[in-house]
Design a protein around this ligand. Structure first.
Ligand code: ITT
Length: 185
């Protein structure tokens, strides 16, 4: 399975999770065009079509967004842009004094073959935004506390992140589909 992403952290999480399902993954590091759209599904599906054309074979992509309740779901589909521009400190500043720190990390994997339309696998994990950056990790890891993580941010969970992350459930469904349909690879 070729996973097209420019993000090596994502790749290592995805390959570790799919290893449990005996699905080998290779990374194709390409920057894909991100269309402006309201949903991660639309963005992921379009990225999958482009990925498939560019690797000239079956390809998988993922699009992720952090949806913060107190900000009306922002940054959502704009998460990559917001991370690049204001980063975690900027997000924490936007939430200063906010009574509601609820947030959801959403993920959509899209798989596409040249002869078909993209197949999407969404999932979401609810949680809260931490009061300050804690732990290591990458991206929004230091500020997101998932439900069931005993108050620890993704950044503080280390390898345990893969057990309960937004990425895990979507990949479980993708792996089941691959095995059931005899598709892919
Ligand atoms: P692609 O090449 O795969 O698109 P990307 O890093 O641009 O890589 P996304 O657009 O899916 O990925 O991610 C949107 C933002 O969310 C981006 O800033 C990521 O760093 C961040 N992000 C995605 N998954 C994350 C995770 O598991 N933990 C923390 N931050 C994450």
């Amino acid at each position: 399975m070729t996973f097209v992403t420019s993000n090596r952290h994502k790749f290592s999480e995805v390959s570790a999770i799919l290893r449990d399902h005996e699905i080998p993954v290779e990374m194709a590091s390409l920057e894909l065009r991100e269309i402006q759209a309201d949903t991660l599904e639309e963005i992921a599906a379009e990225k999958a079509r482009e990925a498939c054309r560019r690797v000239d074979g079956p390809a998988m992509v993922e699009d992720t967004g952090l949806f913060i309740d107190g900000l009306g779901g922002f940054p959502g589909p704009y998460s990559a842009y917001v991370f690049r521009t204001v980063g975690n400190e900027g997000v924490l500043r936007l939430l200063e004094g906010a009574p509601d720190r609820g947030a959801t990390f959403q993920s959509v994997f899209a798989y596409c073959r040249q002869d078909g339309s993209p197949e999407c696998f969404p999932s979401a994990v609810a949680g809260v935004i931490a009061p300050e950056c804690r732990g290591g990790g990458w991206g929004y890891d230091p500020i997101f506390i998932a439900e069931g993580a005993s108050g620890r941010t993704y950044g503080e969970l280390g390898d345990d992140k893969n057990r309960l992350s937004h990425r895990r459930m979507a990949l479980e469904n993708l792996a089941r589909w691959i095995h059931d349909s005899g598709n892919a690879l």
